[in-house]
Design a protein around this ligand. Structure first.
Ligand SMILES: [Zn+2]
Length: 424
């Protein structure tokens, strides 16, 4: 085999001619001189249409390729511009890299694959690139997948949720397919305009195929869904309803804690309260016992609940109300609806203001909660997608803007992952 063909194979190049190889001492890297094969030449970098040459562009340039062993490799080539009928003067397409990329297609694919599968530190140290660069790569690879797959195919039952991705009230709106478990769409923002963009992308015909939409009870979601998905039944996400009741319980817990800590001594010199004592401390520690599902309680947390049952009937009542509402969603169906009615009348008479308010809110959304009890849509799905995206938001910290985060989420949770170079 001729040496140039060996290099062509070693670098996984197709439709590419190797002109020569050199070692760049300054860059401590192998540099492979290449040019597109005749049939791959003279095409617009954006649309691939054959176009006449325009000029030299910015001359020769380099693309980082996959390492050979521990040695960095760059491809080097001319980067002339062509004049596309649609895009005007544009840098010509090259077979080895995506348009506008500083890395080869194989390098991009491997970086994206790693970003989905291993830790941030592992990606950065293994590939010797900045995390921000990984963000740009992930965005390119995801855009490529978006162009080649139909994420909305067969979409019938969807979950819509909002997820905070950054402090300072930055939110993403995400759409999940309940039947495949895949994330199908995400965009920054949480308002009517954001959700309208999803339905614009979906198109009216497919929006009409949507049978169920589960969501928290935000008015903006209800408004847009009613307008754009006329055949969809709107279901409450049990996950969010249970979160409401946990908040109401917490109002009660804080009340008890404040009452107890009001009896604390104040340090004369610092003016600050001394460490919570006695009852206040116990209530503070019982926080997790109150929140947890009873099945998962530790023996110690059981004791904490027993203590609350004996010493604070009011907080205990709040706790039982929380558990009773969880029970509604555990039994579902007709039994769930009966249990919900009982819960509503109990909460109304509970003399716990937070629960009286919650009861009104639940009555207001009773139809959507009933729909959830009937549909049996997996609540765990939205919750687990939510948890995974939250995890990704931490990983995506350091990316530039929300787009790389969305791209990473689509790659990790969208069901279409990048393939490793050379393995199809
Ligand atoms: Zn073009």
């Amino acid at each position: 085999m001729r040496i140039r063909s060996v290099w062509q194979r070693a670098c996984g190049l197709t439709r590419t001619v190797v002109e020569g190889v050199d070692f760049d001492d300054d860059a401590e890297a192998v540099v492979v001189w290449v040019r597109p094969a005749a049939r791959a030449r003279g095409r617009c970098g954006r649309c691939g249409r054959r176009s006449p040459r325009f000029d030299r562009g910015e001359g020769r340039r380099r693309w980082r390729a996959l390492d050979l062993g521990s040695t960095k490799v760059f491809l080097e080539a001319e980067a002339p511009r062509v004049r596309c009928r649609e895009h005007g003067p544009t840098v010509a397409q090259v077979p080895w890299a995506r348009h506008g990329a500083g890395h080869t297609r194989d390098f991009d694919d491997q970086a994206a694959w790693l970003a989905v599968h291993v830790s941030k530190t592992a990606v950065v140290e293994l590939l010797r690139i900045a995390w921000r660069t990984v963000g740009a790569i992930v965005a390119r690879v995801s855009a490529d997948i978006d162009a080649s797959v139909d994420r909305f195919e067969g979409l019938a039952r969807v979950g819509i949720d909002e997820i905070s991705y950054k402090r300072g009230h930055r939110y993403l709106t995400v759409v999940v397919d309940h039947d495949t478990g895949r994330l199908v769409w995400a965009a920054p923002g949480r308002d009517d305009a954001t959700l309208h963009r999803f339905f614009d992308a979906l198109g009216a015909e497919r929006a009409a195929q949507i049978t169920h939409v589960s969501a928290d009870m935000a008015d903006w979601i209800a408004r847009v869904v009613a307008q754009r998905a006329p055949n969809a039944i709107r279901c409450a996400d049990p996950f969010h309803v249970v979160a409401w009741v946990t908040e109401a319980l917490d109002v009660e817990r804080r009340r008890v804690w404040n009452e107890a800590s009001g009896r604390r001594r104040t340090n004369a010199t610092t003016g600050r309260h001394e460490m919570a004592t006695g009852q206040a401390r116990t209530i503070k520690r019982a926080r997790y016992a109150l929140w947890k599902n009873p099945d998962n309680l530790t023996p110690r947390q059981h004791q904490q609940l027993d203590w609350i049952a004996k010493t604070d009937p009011r907080l205990w009542r709040a706790y039982l109300l929380k558990e009773a509402l969880r029970y509604v969603f555990a039994v579902k169906g007709k039994q769930g609806k009966i249990a919900l009615d009982r819960w509503i009348s109990w909460a109304r008479r509970s003399r716990l203001p937070a629960f009286v308010r919650l009861q009104r809110r639940i009555v207001k959304h009773r139809a959507a909660i009933h729909a959830a009890l009937d549909s049996g849509l997996s609540n765990g799905l939205i919750e687990s997608t939510n948890t995974k995206i939250r995890l990704l938001t931490r990983i995506a910290f350091g990316f530039h803007g929300p787009e790389p985060l969305i791209a990473l989420a689509m790659l990790a949770l969208g069901g279409h992952t990048p393939h490793l170079p050379g393995r199809h």
